[in-house]
Design a protein around this ligand. Structure first.
Ligand code: DAK
Length: 258
């Protein structure tokens, strides 16, 4: 039987997707990205799921796009086949929080995949890099766009032009990751964080994610206007009233995710 390129599991309200090509250091083949996209969309559509974790292996989160597949592609292959856009961009359609649990190498497309997640929890062994320049390629799955927004132009240029790798502590200092934990605690810590998030009201989480993402893609005044509308819409949510009533009554809120 063929090994599935991703493994899918649920832990309460958390959906767990594990990249599963350890012998290729989780190189992101088309089959893997198709399976990842399908798993993400299935969890996004499942009302029992409030947050999603993408994990790799202990040696590599992912070592990038699959070079063995790309080596012979022509311009027409990638243009007509809509390489990257066709399946890598699926993650942008996911409305629930997505957390990356990164141990070991997150290189090229692997780093870009982590950058596309909402929260990155890094193990101490994590290494982030965009080594495409060594192949005379360029980071083409959002790396040249998301990295400068995440860590600023000077640091992003350094990483993209010199293929410099960041260790977990540097990545934490520069704002590329959210938290750093010991390797042996990575999965449990990420799942615990995801469970904590997933227990909050789902429509509130979705509205927060939409609003924070707006900060990347609009001017401040447009972003503030968007945020204000999102806040007003909270008053149409049963959970927001429940949350405030529970606070006043000094009890735990019972969210219905409505
Ligand atoms: N693709 C395919 N196979 C890979 C791979 C990759 N990215 N990375 C590693 N592997 C395979 C190796 O070939 C090896 O396979 P076997 O020889 O055992 O069959 C196996 O995984 C173990 O790797 P190593 O033996 O090399 O392990 P080491 O520990 O010695 O070295 C390494 C680990 C990660 C430093 C090394 O494997 C390495 O440098 N890998 C390549 C990393 C890299 O350059 N990543 C960036 C890929 S380029 C585009 C849009 C986006 C992109 C491109 C185009 N367009 C819109 C056109 C994105 C490009 C990338 O992500």
């Amino acid at each position: 039987m063929e090994t599935p390129p991703v493994l899918v599991d649920t832990r309460g309200r958390v959906g767990l997707i594990t990249l599963n090509r350890p012998r290729q250091l989780n190189a992101l083949s088309d089959a893997l990205m198709d399976a990842l996209g399908a798993a993400l969309l299935a969890f996004d559509a499942d009302p029992g799921i409030g947050a999603i974790v993408i994990a790799g292996g202990p040696k590599a989160f992912a070592a990038g796009a699959d070079i063995s597949a790309m080596a012979d592609w022509s311009y027409m292959d990638v243009y007509q086949g809509e390489f990257i856009t066709r399946n890598w961009e699926t993650i942008r359609r996911v409305r629930k929080p997505v957390l990356a649990a990164v141990a070991g190498l997150a290189l090229g497309g692997g780093c870009e995949l982590a950058l596309a997640c909402d929260i990155v929890v890094a193990a101490e062994s994590a290494r982030f890099g965009l080594p495409e320049v060594k192949l005379a390629m360029l980071p083409g799955a959002g790396g040249t766009q998301r990295l400068p927004r995440a860590i600023g132009k000077a640091k992003a240029m350094d990483m993209c032009l010199s293929a410099r790798q960041l260790d977990a502590a540097e990545a934490d200092r520069w704002g590329l990751v959210s938290r750093v934990v010991p390797d042996e605690a990575l999965l449990d810590a990420t799942l615990a964080l995801a469970a904590e998030i997933a227990a909050y009201s789902l429509p509130a989480l979705m509205a927060i994610k939409e609003s924070v993402n707006r900060a990347w893609e609009s001017s401040l005044s447009e972003g503030i206007a968007y945020e204000r509308r999102a806040l007003y819409a909270r008053f149409a949510s049963a959970d927001a009233h429940e949350g405030m009533q529970a606070f006043l009554a000094k009890r735990r809120p019972q969210f219905s995710h409505r």
